[in-house]
Design a binder for this molecule. Structure first.
Ligand SMILES: NC(=O)c1ccc[n+]([C@@H]2O[C@H](COP(=O)([O-])OP(=O)(O)OC[C@H]3O[C@@H](n4cnc5c(N)ncnc54)[C@H](O)[C@@H]3O)[C@@H](O)[C@H]2O)c1
Length: 296
């Protein structure tokens, strides 16, 4: 399936993330959108937040007309019936509470109700997409589509490839993110994916490189696009040459620099021993990736 084949998008969960994602799909994607939640009040609350936001940020600012707003909202329909919401979907984005048991239950129901060709995506922040995909009979058609808060504003979408996600599925999600005016980045299914892990500390950013989750440039790009950091943690490390301090520094200093785990990652020791110390005009982790790790 290609993105052009997607006519209807179903969004499960009309909360903070779901309502905005559904609105993006109707407004920028031009899709027919069905939005589902547990009861009518919750659905209505989501629909109201969508119309309030279009009014405030688009109509009042003269970016769209009242008629255009009506047209966009006319493409969104709310329902409390999950099976019905999924029955004609080409693509589903799940944004319910961050709870594995709940997500598995939703994906079982989606798998039973959605057409066989439909792609099922989850907006989970940390949970294993592979585990969620495992309750379906179509794990190749399941992927992560991780938006950042607020999705109406933040440019990053992580396209999470679970163990069995097909390249075709991942590329439909990637293209959808682009259509929604986002900057997608592919990553593998690892706890917290890219930006949330790298945001936690430099040691996690290093671990992401070590585990080949993504190259340093993409980890940094994720932090710039997802958290509005002016620089990524790894390019900053290269610029400052902090790696040497980490490799040889005292434990307290290492912790201060973001190494909460209290040990020096083997990648840093190896890099520094090989002469990739970072610092002005010196090779660092970017070069170590290019010269060494990317070839492993
Ligand atoms: N808020 C963030 O910063 C953020 C950022 C990125 C990703 N996420 C992820 O997005 C997901 C949703 O987060 P949120 O902040 O929108 O939460 P939220 O609590 O605002 O919304 C969740 C919605 O899911 C609905 N829901 C729960 N069970 C349901 C069911 N069985 N059927 C249908 N709807 C159901 C709830 O009623 C609620 O409206 C989570 O997985 C979260 O980790 C959140």
């Amino acid at each position: 399936m290609k993105l052009e084949d997607v006519k209807q998008v179903t969004v499960v969960g009309s909360g903070n993330m779901g309502a905005q994602i559904a609105l993006l799909c109707a407004q920028l994607g031009g899709f027919h959108v069905v939005m589902n939640d547990m009861n009518q009040e919750l659905v209505n609350a989501g629909l109201k937040r969508q119309s309030d936001s279009l009014q405030k940020y688009f109509v009042d600012k003269g970016k769209i007309t009242a008629d255009q707003m009506k047209e966009i909202l006319g493409r969104i329909r709310g329902t409390t019936n999950l099976a019905e919401a999924a029955s004609k979907a080409d693509l589903v984005i799940e944004a319910v509470f961050e709870n594995m048991a709940l997500k598995k239950d939703i994906f079982k129901q989606l798998d039973a109700a959605a057409p066989p060709h439909a792609i099922l995506a989850t907006n989970t922040s940390y949970l294993s997409v592979t585990e969620i995909a495992g309750v379906t009979k179509r794990p190749d058609k399941v992927a992560g589509m991780h938006f950042f808060n607020p999705p109406a504003v933040m440019k990053l979408v992580e396209v999470v490839r679970a163990a069995l996600t097909s390249p075709e599925t991942a590329s439909v999600i990637f293209d959808l993110a682009k259509k929604l005016n986002k900057e997608p980045i592919y990553c593998r299914d690892t706890y917290g994916f890219l930006a949330n892990r790298a945001a936690i500390g430099l040691d996690d950013a290093i671990e992401l490189v070590w585990a080949h989750v993504a190259p340093p440039a993409d980890i940094d790009r994720a932090m710039k696009l997802g958290y509005n950091h002016p620089m990524g943690p790894l390019e900053l490390g290269d610029l400052t040459g902090v790696w040497t301090i980490m490799a040889y520094g005292e434990e307290d200093r290492i912790k201060e620099l973001g190494f909460h785990k209290g040990y020096v990652h083997p990648l840093i020791k190896m890099m520094v021993r090989a002469g990739y110390t970072g610092g002005p005009n010196k090779k660092g982790i970017y070069a170590f990736w290019d010269d060494v790790l990317s070839k492993w």
